[in-house]
Design a protein around this ligand. Structure first.
Ligand code: PEP
Ligand code: MN
Length: 348
């Protein structure tokens, strides 16, 4: 970290900065310049809380030289993390993994119909929320435990693995019991008690980028999971809020390439929440795979007009089948392939 002093800062103020750095257990390297002095803080292990220094008299700004996260960084671990799932499915390797299904689990019949359709088209993982984070308390809130049981049934019948959201620390255990991947939603990306609990749940976690979160913040949230001992973390770019209301969010494709540089963790894209518009989901899903996403998560509903949430961005099953076809071609063009779904369990 570099502490830049104001023009005209006194030698006494510089000395005080040096003293505080040493009190914090680091070494200080004052660098007098023609305009102003800067003080280098060395021995920084990526965990310096600069707030004490920022408030000192004569300090103009702090410049971070190293990243504030550690275990999630490529510097910490060179080789890409491959998250291994039951049945040999893996996220972060050569294969692009497609997760698909409705926004919400609405009934047993709805989730089973959706599961059969997305499996038929070639998805490997079934998505569907049982606990729904809705902007309005009057909107459908999800079926809760009943929804988890329907998902587990769909898994038994189709062989699809299941990803579903846990909204609070209390529901993490239940979600972990019924699902293969615990989803942390965008609104909860910085719910630190939830992250800590999910980090101890013994199941992979899909961490969605917050609605207005920087990439550094996303990686810091992932760091919480790794610090708790969970290394099976999949990041998800799901669009960020912008000034332009033309689409629900702006899918940040650069984040995919950037995260691959900064971190060893896999990253998938969610073009459904990223665009909010059915007709834009397909081109953005294609683009995400081309940009190097390790997977895509897409909302598909057997009957989008009747959906209890996010119908406008949910694909019709036929559209999803077409998207799968295109995704296979794009994956091949970048020397990857789309993961096949696991075999249907015997006796299902
Ligand atoms: C979802 O995936 O159903 C969801 C609510 O997504 P997000 O948290 O990205 O809004
Ligand atoms: Mn949704």
């Amino acid at each position: 970290m570099l502490i830049v002093m104001q023009h005209g800062a006194t030698p006494e103020q510089v000395r005080r900065v040096v003293q505080v750095i040493e009190e914090m257990g680091y070494q200080a390297r004052p660098m007098p310049g023609s305009q102003r002095t800067a003080v280098g803080l060395v021995g920084n292990d990526g965990r310096v809380d600069g707030s004490r220094l920022a408030g000192l008299a004569g300090v103009k700004e702090l410049i971070q030289v190293t990243q504030p996260y550690k275990q999630v960084s490529r510097e910490w671990k060179q080789e890409s993390t491959v998250v291994r799932l039951p049945g040999g499915l893996a996220i972060g390797g050569d294969e692009v993994v497609v997760m698909a299904g409705p926004c919400s689990v609405e009934s047993e019949e709805q989730i089973l119909t959706a599961a059969r359709a997305v499996r038929e088209a070639g998805a490997a993982i079934l998505r569907g929320g049982a606990f729904k984070p809705r902007s309005s308390p009057y909107s459908f809130q999800g079926l809760g435990l009943k929804g988890l049981k329907f998902l587990a049934r769909a898994r038994e019948e189709t062989g699809l693995l299941v990803v579903t959201e846990a909204m609070d620390p209390e529901s993490v255990g239940l979600v972990a019991e019924h699902a293969d991947i615990i989803q942390i939603g965008a609104r909860n990306m910085q719910n630190f008690p939830l992250l800590k609990r999910a980090g101890r749940a013994g199941k992979p976690v899909l961490l969605k980028r917050g609605i207005a979160a920087t990439i550094t913040e996303l990686l810091l949230s992932a760091e919480y999971l790794l610090v708790e001992g969970n290394h099976d973390v999949i990041l998800c770019e799901r669009g960020i809020r912008s000034f332009d209301p033309s689409t629900r969010n702006v899918l940040d494709l650069t984040a995919i390439a950037l995260v691959h540089e900064l971190s060893h963790l896999p990253i998938v894209a969610d073009p459904s929440h990223g665009t909010g518009r059915r007709d834009k989901v397909i081109p953005m899903a294609r683009a995400a795979v081309a940009a190097g996403a390790d997977g895509v998560m897409v909302e598909v509903h057997p009957n989008p007009e009747q959906a209890l949430s996010d119908g406008a961005q949910s694909l019709y099953p036929e559209q999803f089948t077409e998207l799968m076809r295109e995704t296979r071609v794009i994956a091949e063009a970048i020397r990857r392939r789309v993961a096949e779904p696991l075999p249907v369990p015997i006796g299902a």
